[in-house]
Design a protein around this ligand. Sequence first.
Ligand code: ADP
Ligand code: PAZ
Ligand code: K
Length: 242
Amino acid sequence: MLWLDLGNTRLKYWLTDDIGQIVAHDAKQHLQAPAELLMGLTDRFERYAPDFIGISSVLGDDLNVKVSDTLSRLNIPFDFVHVNAAHPLMNSAYNDQQLGCDRWLQMLGAVDKKKRQCVIGCGTAVTIDLIDHAEHLGGYIFPSIYLQRESLFSGTKQITISNGSFDSVGQGVTTQDAVHRGILLSIVGAINEISHRHPNFEMIMTGGDAAIIAQHVNRPVHLRDDLLLNGLARYFDHSKQP
Ligand SMILES: Nc1ncnc2c1ncn2[C@@H]1O[C@H](COP(=O)(O)OP(=O)(O)O)[C@@H](O)[C@H]1O
Ligand SMILES: CC(C)(COP(=O)(O)O)[C@@H](O)C(=O)NCCC(=O)O
Ligand SMILES: [K+]
């Protein structure tokens, strides 16, 4: 099986064998041209010869059509995930016409009827979702580190910070540090606030920036970079069962 996760910044793929072990995987910035990036991967995908391609996309219909056109050339069956608020594994109070497919699949990959869970996606946006014994209560969306830095750059005259590392939440004494620590604090502060409000929820984090952010959260966090993959596998496994 080949699994694709089309996020707002990066295209991720995983190739799994018939017992679900990951055989190959990669993540690449698609620079808002995912179909073109995919074109460059088609011969590799053909060599993999998967029997099915399962796709999570938050890129919208126009890009999804271009992705479909590219994949159609491979003669490999593929399908996009559609959010189902009444899925047997998890019921959601969220508007399922609006809920991002990646948020839903990350939850589907983690959901456990016996637990209260806080699932945090650290991608282009940071998403926080609360699941109480397999009931999705809803969640939060806010800009992640690069989006926040870009908005300061474009929204102010004197802040022209465009690179640097997000590695501390200590107060800064230069613009460079005040910007990077302020942004990280805004994200970590929000997560710590949600964690404080829901002390008995298990904290689970995924996404490209999970490792950077988790280390500043004031409670143990389960880092799961396979969460969306697990959700894709559960979704398509479920859709096959009678
Ligand atoms: N402007 C940028 N410069 C460098 N890295 C970036 C930039 N924007 C995003 N990234 C990186 O891309 C990754 C995005 O995470 P990912 O979970 O793949 O997001 P999405 O699912 O939204 O595509 C993160 O590791 C982040 O550090
Ligand atoms: C919130 C998101 C942009 C996160 O996407 P990502 O950061 O993984 O690219 C995505 O889940 C999305 O487009 N959601 C639709 C709006 C909603 O979930 O309410
Ligand atoms: K947008």
